[in-house]
Design a protein around this ligand. Structure first.
Ligand code: ARG
Ligand code: ZN
Length: 867
């Protein structure tokens, strides 16, 4: 068959933001009854429906893979002619304005490999509904602007499923015949269907409580498999800290009597904010020092906070339609980032967040899948849970917070919550609340919601010795993105400071200037000599700065800038200059880099965690982003060489750090964690220096570690080398942790990320390992998403890496389209590489797009990536 015609006829419809229409029917109440069984679950739904406005349109209930077994209206069974099915949607003509509609379906959780709707994971039955999974459970207007009160009754075998959880408060429970039991949960807060959740299983509970600001006691529960209970303490602490922080910072109090978190092993994303019953990927719940790294601890803290914060920014105030996703996600990411900053080091948190933004979002914004934080159209909304909607969305909120200042920002959020509590609203509603509550005009600022692409801001300082004046000439350009050829100038906060190079002092503090035109100039006076410019301090705006700064200026800032982000950035720029110079064929000029690193590690006033960030080389991928055409081999060689030179030149320093950091016993204190991080960086430089005892030193750290942070750091270093210790460490690690899925994931991921010349073959072999499976998303990502992020390995010249990832996408699409679609974007970067690589990547995308019966998830990503 001609594949092109197959696709043309099967092309899924495009949904457009401008086509939004309010719902024709509302469902103020829904009662659900589940007879749970993995092989056949009976679902009875009783919907109280009311006509919205005056119209004569039928009731349309979304369904996906459902067949009605019975349909009744106001207690009377309908016969087959009274309803019809149209592409999964159940359509019922109703005579009056208020009716009770009942349906009955049977679903099979055990064969739900998409992990959307009701599915089985381990011995559990659990749900994931956002964005459109509820329609795989029962017929319903599955859109976020239909808000209902839920009354849920669950019945299940008591031995297999002793614990039955759903949203809201537990109302009653009891035993039934045949060893079954039941539980009823009622959620008093109206909510959209995507926030529905239910879990049944044999779970143990870490039970605790929290007293809210108004003195109400909330029962907290973290539910996991019995043997995982000892690993839930950190998540519980994070939950209580989050609850207190949201009261303090936003005046938001929790509103139900119980708050439950459940950990599941098979989960498409990080976690889900279902009302009163958050469901988590177990990797964001379980931690102890033996199995989790310090970054794992941080990720748990931030994801627990994120989902908890959604109770207000997402659940109490939700989205009108999915184009508004950033309304809840951008704001909630901003909230969780602020929380983590408050709990630890704000400087290091900002550096980490910017690193993620640049790695994921800037790449997305520069490629074929670029979209505004409020997209205009989609084929499959699951493809829009992106770094743009989440992370750039958070940056947009951060800029508003900067422009308003803390008090007025808080007035804005207070107004937003007060005005829209219980509603499904838009990004525009949020901005309006900021304007009204914060007393500001955000007209031009709104372009951040509609224009895609990372703005480039060129800043050219010129100093006139005669008048002692400095002129800053600024210019902004926003690159064309798919569907948006012409852009308007945006409102960009430019945060800068000027330093006196002689004294190292700052002139007149720092300033925030709003760049609103394509070009602007500003003049400052009174400088005896040319000041040094520190620009985009704190990374105040998510833009690419082009400022031609001399190596002296960068070295000055790397030593003196009092804004930690800018200080870090100056070091990164120094390293990038050296590396790009050598990639372009010049000598590798490492002297300035080495001097700055020496100065930084010697500066006792600096937090060691910051030092670890500052002295680390930029990733190969980030270096690629700085090039017109990415040359993965040249980047790898240059970075390797610089690493070696830094290792050799500062050998004594690295040895001292490595030895000193080893002295203290294990603790989770900030100091101990910072020391572990810096120790890992030091070990990396020691091994990179080709010191003969390097691998043995790494193996010793690996072998003697009493925590996963140090063990895993040493393993990663060994995995990227060719020493005899490599195989030994990998085998020992596997033996030690076989059976612990989250740690075995690390074993796969560490190898997939390794900078080893044979990484392609190794990943290929790991795909055949008995522990490998595509059906567990964590495992699939540990191997293939990690490998696709390994610039050197994935882009190996022979194209084997591309083929392997494409094969994985095609195979995984049959099981789990959402997770498969997430592997497509790395292939979509074909324009960034040389012609040969580009052609091979394109060919793989074409092969994917031509695969029969492709999901719309993968089809959308592959066809857009080719365009
Ligand atoms: N709302 C969830 C969160 O941000 C993510 C849900 C993602 N689900 C999906 N199917 N894309 O925490
Ligand atoms: Zn979220």
């Amino acid at each position: 068959m001609d594949t092109q015609t197959t696709q043309a006829s099967a092309a899924p419809p495009v949904i457009r933001r401008e086509d939004y229409k309010a719902p024709l029917w509302q469902v103020p109440q829904i009662a659900l009854e589940f007879d749970l069984d993995p092989a056949a679950t009976l679902v009875k739904a009783r919907l109280t429906v009311t006509r919205a406005g005056s119209h004569d349109r039928p009731l349309r209930l979304d369904g996906d893979g459902l067949t009605p077994r019975a349909v009744s209206v106001d207690g009377k069974a309908l016969s087959a002619g009274d309803w019809r099915m149209d592409d999964g949607v159940l359509i019922i003509a109703l005579p009056g304005d208020d009716h009770v509609v009942e349906t009955e379906v049977e679903i099979v959780p055990a064969s739900n490999t998409q992990l959307m709707g009701l599915y089985a994971s381990g011995g559990l039955l659990c749900t994931q509904c956002e964005p459109e999974g509820f329609r795989r459970i029962t017929f319903f207007p599955d859109r976020p602007d239909v808000l209902s009160r839920y009354d849920v009754t669950m019945r299940a075998d008591k031995a297999a499923y002793p614990v039955l959880l759903a949203n809201g408060d537990p109302i009653e429970q009891g035993d039934l015949a045949d060893g079954r039991h039941r539980a009823r949960w009622v959620d008093p807060f109206p909510k959209p269907s995507y926030l529905f959740a239910m879990v049944a299983g044999n779970l143990a509970c870490n039970a605790d409580s929290f007293t809210t600001m108004s003195g109400r006691e909330v029962k907290l529960g973290i539910w996991v498999a019995e043997n995982d209970l000892p690993r839930t303490g950190h998540a519980m602490k994070a939950l209580k800290d989050s609850m207190a922080w949201d009261e303090r910072t936003y005046g938001r109090e929790y509103d139900l009597d119980v708050f439950n978190i459940v950990a599941v092993a098979d989960f498409n994303f990080g976690a889900m904010e279902n009302k009163g019953l958050n469901i988590f990927n177990s990797r964001y719940v379980l931690a102890d020092p033996e199995t989790a790294t310090d970054p794992d601890y941080d990720a748990i803290e931030s994801v627990v906070a994120h989902e908890y914060f959604h109770n207000w920014s997402g659940d109490r105030v939700t989205c009108r339609d999915w184009f508004q996703l950033s309304l809840k996600e951008g704001f909630t990411v901003y909230r969780d980032q602020s929380f983590s900053a408050d709990m630890g080091s704000p400087a290091v948190k900002r550096i980490e967040d910017v690193r993620v933004l640049r790695a994921a979002q800037f790449q997305e914004d520069a490629g074929p899948l670029a979209h505004p934080i409020r997209p205009e159209s989609y084929m499959e909304i699951s493809n829009f849970y992106t770094a743009t909607v989440y992370n750039k969305g958070a940056e947009v909120i951060r800029m508003m917070a900067l422009l308003l200042g803390p008090e007025r920002f808080r007035k804005g959020t207070d107004l937003y919550f007060a005005r829209h509590d219980g509603q499904a609203v838009t990004c525009e509603d949020f901005v309006k609340a900021m304007e009204d509550g914060g007393d500001i005009d955000l007209s031009q600022f709104r372009l951040w919601y509609s224009q895609a692409g990372t703005p480039r801001v060129t800043v050219r300082p010129s100093y006139d010795p005669e008048s002692g004046a400095l002129t800053l000439a600024m210019r902004q350009t926003i690159p064309a993105t798919p569907g948006q050829d012409v852009k308007q100038p945006m409102a960009i906060p430019v945060k800068f400071a000027l330093f006196d190079p002689a004294t190292g002092e700052k002139h007149d503090g720092e300033e925030v200037l709003l760049l609103t035109e394509a070009q602007m100039e500003t003049r400052r006076e009174g400088f005896a000599q040319a000041p040094v410019l520190s620009i985009n301090r704190g990374f105040a705006a998510p833009v690419i700065i082009e400022a031609e700064q001399s190596a002296q200026d960068l070295a000055f800032l790397a030593a003196h800038d009092d804004d930690p982000f800018s200080r870090y950035e100056a070091m990164q720029q120094l390293m990038i200059h050296a590396l790009l110079g050598s990639i372009a064929g010049g000598p590798l000029d490492s002297a300035a880099v080495i001097d700055s690193i020496r100065g930084t590690i010697a500066d006792a006033a600096l937090d060691r965690s910051f030092v670890a960030e500052a002295v680390r080389l930029p990733s190969e991928a980030y270096l690629g982003d700085q090039m017109q055409v990415v040359d993965p081999d040249a980047i790898h060689a240059a970075r390797d060489a610089l690493q070696r030179e830094i290792g050799v030149a500062l050998q004594k320093e690295w040895r001292a750090i490595h030895a000193e950091c080893a002295r203290n016993g294990f603790s989770l204190s900030a100091d101990a964690r910072a020391a572990r991080k810096l120790r890992g960086v030091a070990l990396n430089y020691i091994v990179a220096s080709d010191a003969e005892d390097g691998p043995a030193l790494a193996f010793d750290q690996f072998d003697r570690a009493d925590n996963m942070t140090e063990r895993q750091a040493a393993l990663a270093i060994l995995a990227s080398g060719a020493s005899g210790e490599r195989a030994q460490a990998l085998a020992a690690f596997y033996d030690r942790y076989a059976g612990n899925a989250l740690v075995v994931d690390k074993w796969f991921q560490t190898q997939a990320l390794s900078l080893h010349p044979d990484v392609v073959e190794m990943v290929e072999a790991l795909g055949q390992h008995p522990d490998f499976t595509l059906s567990n998303p964590n495992r699939a990502r540990a191997l293939y998403a990690a490998f696709a992020a390994n610039q050197w390995g994935f882009n190996s010249k022979d194209g084997k890496g591309y083929r392997m990832v494409a094969d994985a996408i095609i195979a995984l699409d049959k099981l789990n389209p959402q997770t498969a679609a997430r592997l497509v974007p790395p292939l979509g970067r074909w324009r960034r590489f040389d012609d040969e690589r580009g052609a091979m990547m394109k060919a793989e995308l074409e092969r994917i797009a031509a695969t029969p019966n492709l999901s719309k998830d993968v089809l959308e990503q592959a066809t857009k990536s080719l365009a």
